[in-house]
Design a protein around this ligand. Structure first.
Ligand code: NAD
Length: 369
């Protein structure tokens, strides 16, 4: 078994606490012979600023470039509010995404049956929900030029953002979605505003052609982004994989995450282009931030972080056995009623970060027996 090169970036706030729990899982998987790791550690965000006055050092960027995957916990916090803009904690994240060319953001919205009552929707609408939002991450209106605010002759100001997509950008994100669907329930919903936007028109045309040419075995539907926003709260279980642009993906993935009632439990993956050997640069991280309000108290929920490790096992290391085991172990501890404070609800008590990590490792032992 060859070793997976994993760069761990614990970052700030609760980052190091939840990262330590992911390391327990890594140690267990190695010891159980399910996976072999070569672990490097680095600094990102405020931690990198404190040490080197940058948001991520060149040597840590080099480690990220040579790793099979990066596992990042979270960055940021009030301590670094006043640091120069170009070295603020988030700049570390953006540099990683940009330099590794991570164009595909995968955000699952999973509703564990044990937590269905935490959703703002009725239990029957979300119980067992499992959808994957694939958001284009490096193009579209956040990056298109011109992007400016100009003062007109009459003294009024005019702001411009430009939505741009090329065939190539749409095809490569479409491929990620179709490939994922084949490993799931084989359905892709592609979303844009083809009725009012030229980029939406091209998006639909390119996805339709790609589907016909290479993925005719996958069920494809097109849905306008506003209708999709509505359908997500009306009947979310109709979806499997949703693929959409940067702006719509930003909004729809947050909406989908909230359906699960547990934003703090959700992992994410950002993937780059496949090389000649089919390998992609990749970064995995929880959807939540560094939670400075609870940092250092030992009460953060490590599940999104451990779930992110699970996604790395599935998408970077092609180790479905380990990924499935992690998913089952998370569902298992929740099924037993174990809760950290953020998902406590009406439960009589809650457990600490490290108790949750230990419980997941104990459950993994049973799952992998
Ligand atoms: P946040 O996600 O850090 O926290 C929001 C709320 O959820 C807080 O009450 C927090 O205690 C709680 N929470 C989050 N994760 C939790 C966990 N694992 N267990 C228990 N409770 C959890 O968002 P915020 O408060 O808006 O941002 C805090 C800092 O994080 C800011 O500096 C922000 O810029 C940064 N941030 C970083 C990322 C990232 O690293 N990808 C993402 C979002 C925000």
């Amino acid at each position: 078994m060859s070793a997976y090169k994993l760069l761990l970036l614990p970052g700030d706030g609760i980052g190091p606490e939840i990262s330590a729990e992911a390391e327990k899982v890594i140690a267990f998987l190695s010891q159980a012979g399910v996976a072999k790791f070569e672990i490097e550690r680095g600094l990102v965000g405020g931690a990198a600023y404190d040490a080197h006055k940058v948001a991520i050092s060149e040597s840590d960027m080099a480690l990220a470039q040579s790793a099979d995957a990066v596992l990042l916990a979270a960055v940021g916090g009030p301590k670094w509010d006043g640091v120069p803009y170009n070295v603020r904690p988030e700049a570390g994240l953006l540099r990683l995404r940009k330099d590794l060319a991570l164009f595909a953001n995968l955000r699952p919205a999973i509703c564990y049956p044990a937590l269905a009552d935490a959703s703002s929707l009725k239990r029957e609408l979300v119980d067992g929900l499992d959808i994957m939002i694939v958001r284009e991450l490096t193009g579209g209106v956040y990056f298109g030029e011109p992007k400016e605010i100009v003062t007109l002759e009459n003294g009024e100001k005019r702001a411009v953002d430009t939505q741009v997509y090329t065939t190539h950008e749409i095809e490569r994100i479409g491929r990620v979605a179709f490939e994922l669907a084949r490993k799931r329930r084989n359905k892709v919903t592609s979303s844009e505003k083809a009725n009012v936007m030229r980029t939406g028109y091209l998006w639909r045309e390119v996805i339709t052609a790609l589907h016909k040419r290479e993925y005719a075995d996958v069920q494809l539907e097109h849905m306008l982004a506003d209708a999709l926003g509505m359908q997500l709260v009306r009947w979310p279980k109709q979806f499997d994989v949703i693929v959409t642009d940067n702006l719509f993906g930003d909004m729809l993935s947050d909406e989908a995450a909230m359906l699960t009632g547990s934003l703090g439990m959700l992992p994410s993956a950002s993937l780059g282009a496949a090389d000649a050997n089919g390998k992609r640069k990749a970064m995995y991280e929880p959807c939540h931030g560094s939670a400075p309000d609870i940092a250092g108290k030992g009460i953060a929920n490590p599940i999104a972080m451990i779930g992110s490790l699970g996604m790395a096992m599935r998408y970077s290391f092609d180790n479905a056995k380990a990924a499935d085991a992690i998913d089952q172990a998370i569902a298992g501890v929740l099924g037993k009623g174990l809760r950290t404070i953020d998902i406590k609800g009406d439960a009589p008590s809650s457990i600490s970060t490290s108790q949750m990590g230990d419980a997941i490792v104990a459950e993994l032992k049973t799952v992998l027996k």
